[in-house]
Write a protein that binds this ligand. Structure first.
Ligand code: C2E
Ligand code: CA
Ligand code: CA
Length: 660
């Protein structure tokens, strides 16, 4: 217990304690060796008949303690070599051995004092002084221990000499005490120095370890960042390509893999309408859904923006179709962000290894093409790459090259579809519709316009249409001065900052009143920069042009569009006219109600039968367009139609309905 109290070190750090004990045990070996030699010399060198037995017993006791210390030291080194740490108990054991040794030395000096000759006394004092001197360094690993050891060796013996009857011993005793005092101070200084050195060494080690740990953490973070997309934490392009290549290099011969190219539909509108923060929320949620759909170690990557790539392995129990359907199902569920509920859909293209391609980059391109073919009109859940698709893509590329040359090759012409005033049955305007004859075939505008938009040819074609339409209108005004012309303008044309000035230049050139020129824009233009678009529309209206919203009801945020822009005309898409008997009538009614407040005129597109015409006229629709009245006409046929007598010109269909 006393040993424990004495030895309680102030160090909690096991590294520091270990260093202290290491020093103590290492220094113990020479100390023990000297103890063995000195004790034998003293006990047997001055042996007298009366004390020889007692000295032998003393020597046996000291040898037992020394033996215990030797075993303890050997065991400690064995544990230390195994990398085990020291504990407080090691220190207590070591201290007990040292203090017992000191006690036995003190006991010898005091007990045999009266029977000792002056030589023996002197030798004893020299030995314990030397041992105390050595303890200052040998036991510097523990200050208390070294100081108690010194005191135990010297103090009782010196005091006994001072207090004894022999005045000759007084000086020796005083010298012994003085020496003890000096040694205490030396031991104190040595122990402090050792303690500081050990502390510094450990602090240094600790610092090194902390720095190493931090460097390791940073390195891991940098690797992580360089491999993953920061928003979704999915693999980025580079690390996906590396992972996918590795996968392909390790597969068995009959394994089938597929690359899924997944692109979100309408994500751009989400970003434009609700902002990038909502866009990010949607992307994060979509990634969660993709992970839910992928259950079989698929490699998932954010390819960029709203594009994702998944590499999947096909097994007898798990087919690619299952994954495609699961992806669709999960993504189609409404996404609830902090402020909005958003419905997303996606287009998926799939290419298979080894059937469609051997390299990852080929498979990605083919999956991308397949996805794209789904985007441009497909309705299937996913599109698997095929030879047929390859042919279709090649054909599109051929057409794309062709349309870029169409103006120079004089392959374009305009046809004109009359638009009828529902109250008078008169032709109020005509819509200019583009026709392209390419290699002996009439290519439908629904096919070539998107291609021209994609390759940029639409800009030049758009100006050609504008000029041709205005040129024809100026000729038609000779027959019918009130006639207006409706011209389709593509989203891409609105990106051209010169559009307004060029439009102005064309009407000036042909001396046409701009109020007779109706520019038809679809709602898809509103996925562009809204402010820029509103300014452009305003500038055109300021010049006197009329603005129509085409295919109304098929696009995005339909009703807000009408409010934002003071459009002159709204053309209800023919899909609603087709469905008048179902839900189509609701949108027609809604558009009509709003027209009173907002002051726009309404055209119904695709009117094909008398019943539709009657219903629409009864609902107050201002204009009607469709095959019931006229198909798009060649310019000559139109002039013939217009040059007839006004009564004849009037639509017989509406007259019929008016008379009935
Ligand atoms: P759009 O602007 O909606 O043009 C009306 C389309 O509906 C025309 O097809 C027309 O022939 C067709 N249509 C008219 N009445 C009826 C009907 O009663 N029933 C049916 N089933 N269809 C009817 P078209 O000429 O094939 O044009 C298709 C689309 O191509 C146009 O749709 C327009 O978006 C685009 N387009 C045509 N010419 C141009 C152009 O010069 N520039 C631009 N940017 N796009 C054009
Ligand atoms: Ca149109
Ligand atoms: Ca239309």
């Amino acid at each position: 217990m006393t040993v424990k109290l004495l030895m309680q070190t102030q160090v909690d750090d096991p590294h520091v304690l270990n260093d202290h004990l290491k020093l103590l045990y290492q220094n113990a070996i020479p100390g023990i060796a000297i103890t063995i030699v000195a004790s034998a010399g003293l006990a047997f060198g001055f042996a007298e008949h009366s004390t020889v037995h007692y000295k032998f017993i003393w020597w046996l006791c000291l040898s037992a303690v020394v033996g215990f210390r030797i075993i303890d030291t050997a065991l400690w080194f064995r544990r230390a070599n195994k990398g085990l740490f020291s504990c407080q108990n090691d220190l207590y054991r070591f201290g007990a051995g040292v203090l017992l040794t000191a006690f036995l030395w003190a006991f010898y000096c005091v007990y045999f004092y009266n029977t000792s000759s002056i030589d023996e006394l002197f030798s004893s004092l020299v030995i314990v002084s030397a041992m105390a001197g050595g303890a200052a360094t040998v036991l510097s690993g523990n200050k208390l221990l070294s100081q108690i050891y010194t005191l135990m060796l010297l103090a009782p013996f010196s005091l006994q000499m001072i207090l004894g009857d022999n005045p000759a011993h007084l000086l020796l005793g005083c010298l012994g005490l003085a020496y003890a005092a000096v040694m205490l101070s030396v031991a104190n200084a040595a122990a402090n120095f050792t303690k500081n050195s050990i502390m510094l060494r450990n602090e240094h080690n600790q610092l090194l370890k902390t720095m190493e740990h931090k460097v390791q953490q940073r390195t891991e973070k940098i690797i992580e960042l360089s491999q993953h997309d920061s928003l979704t934490q999915l693999l980025n392009r580079r690390s996906f390509l590396a992972a996918a290549k590795l996968q392909l290099s390790q597969i068995e011969t009959d394994s089938q893999y597929a690359i899924f190219f997944l692109d979100l539909d309408g994500f751009k509108q989400v970003n434009d309408n609700f902002g990038h923060r909502v866009g990010d929320e949607v992307l994060t949620e979509v990634v969660k859904r993709i992970k839910q759909a992928c259950q079989h170690d698929e490699i998932i990557c954010r390819w960029g923006g709203d594009e994702f790539i998944i590499m999947a392995h096909q097994s007898p129990l798990y087919r690619f179709e299952d994954l495609a359907i699961a992806l669709k199902k999960h993504i189609n569920q409404a996404i609830i962000t902090t402020q909005h509920v958003i419905n997303m859909d996606c287009s998926i293209g799939i290419a298979m290894y080894p059937e469609h391609g051997q390299s990852i980059s080929d498979l990605i391109s083919l999956a991308d093409l397949s996805m794209y073919s789904r985007k441009s009109g497909g309705t299937d859940d996913y599109v698997m790459f095929s030879g047929e698709l390859e042919q279709k893509i090649k054909h599109e590329m051929h057409l794309s090259k062709g349309i870029a040359q169409a103006i120079a090759e004089q392959q374009l012409r305009l046809v004109f579809q009359p638009i009828i005033d529902s109250t008078t049955g008169d032709i109020a305007s005509v819509e200019a519709l583009l026709r392209w004859e390419f290699e002996g075939n009439n290519i439908p505008p629904d096919v070539f316009i998107p291609l021209a938009e994609k390759n940029g040819a639409i800009k030049q074609i758009g100006y050609w249409v504008l000029e041709e339409s205005v040129r024809h209108l100026s000729a038609l005004h000779l027959l019918k001065p009130q006639l207006a012309i409706c011209i389709n303008v593509s989203v891409i044309q609105f990106e051209d900052v010169d559009f307004v000035s060029k439009a102005e230049q064309i009407i000036n050139q042909y001396h046409v009143n701009p109020s007779k020129v109706h520019l038809e824009i679809t709602e898809s233009v509103f996925s562009q920069d809204k402010l820029k678009l509103i300014n452009m529309v305003k500038a055109l209206q300021l010049l006197g042009f009329m603005i129509s919203i085409d295919d109304f009801g098929t696009g995005y945020s339909s009703l807000s569009v009408i409010q934002d822009l003071h459009v002159n005309t709204v053309k209800i898409d023919r899909s609603f006219i087709n469905n008048l008997h179902l839900h189509g009538i609701d949108i027609v009614k809604a558009v009509m109600v709003m027209s009173h407040g907002l002051g726009y005129r309404v055209v119904a597109e695709g009117v094909e039968n008398q019943q539709q015409a009657n219903t629409l006229t009864a609902l107050g629709i201002h204009y009607l367009q469709g095959y019931l009245f006229d198909k798009p006409l060649e310019f000559d046929a139109l002039t013939q139609q217009l040059s007839r007598h006004p009564d004849e010109q009037r639509s017989p269909f509406l007259l019929r309905s008016a008379n009935s």
